[in-house]
Design a protein around this ligand. Structure first.
Ligand SMILES: Nc1ncnc2c1ncn2[C@@H]1O[C@H](COP(=O)(O)OP(=O)(O)O)[C@@H](O)[C@H]1O
Ligand SMILES: [Mg+2]
Length: 157
């Protein structure tokens, strides 16, 4: 079974459409998502649109200064981490805590520090965001675990 999906979003509107499609697929059971890519690539933009589509009514902001923002206005709790400010050691110690956010019915999005590409030791969907030209961005998804691979299968339909 294919565990990968790739989408070029030529502008913010197409990123919003991709986020809405993804939100539909995780709405019932939640998901743990890790996001990689340079600053300004479009990680937070994607999370914002997923949150909105899940029914989060609070304003979703970048958690750069607090590491974690949580939102409880939607049916599914949404946790948004940004590990940009953590040093490498900090990222290692946070892995155990992150595991708890991957269990049960919740949506968790983690923006990773550039230097920490450690493998995540539990099921998740990884999204790598890269610049194309102008407002075009490439979102590359890769899943581990049965339920997450099913989600990728739906995106590929
Ligand atoms: N197709 C696109 N997808 C996502 N963001 C886009 C796109 N085109 C332009 N942008 C802009 O790029 C910026 C992405 O910033 P952000 O999501 O905060 O990046 P990151 O969280 O990866 O550092 C935003 O200002 C957004 O409006
Ligand atoms: Mg960000």
């Amino acid at each position: 079974m294919n565990n990968k999906y790739e989408k070029i979003c030529r502008n913010l509107k197409e990123t919003k459409e991709l986020a809405e499609k993804f939100a539909k697929l995780i709405k019932k059971n939640g998901c743990f998502v890790s996001l990689y890519g340079e600053i300004g690539a479009g990680k937070t933009a994607f999370v914002k649109h997923v949150a909105k589509a899940l029914g989060v009514t609070e304003k979703v902001t970048s958690p750069s200064f607090v590491i974690l923002n949580e939102y409880h206005s939607a049916e599914l709790p949404l946790y948004h981490f940004d590990l940009y400010r953590l040093e490498n050691e900090g990222v290692k110690t946070i892995l155990d805590e992150l595991r708890e956010y991957s269990e049960g019915r919740q949506a968790t999005f983690v923006e990773w520090a550039e230097f920490s590409q450690d493998e995540i030791p539990f099921d998740h969907i990884k999204i790598n965001v890269t610049y194309d030209e102008d407002d075009s961005r490439k979102y590359s998804f890769e899943a581990t675990g049965h339920d997450n691979i099913t989600i990728i299968g739906e995106l590929n339909k």
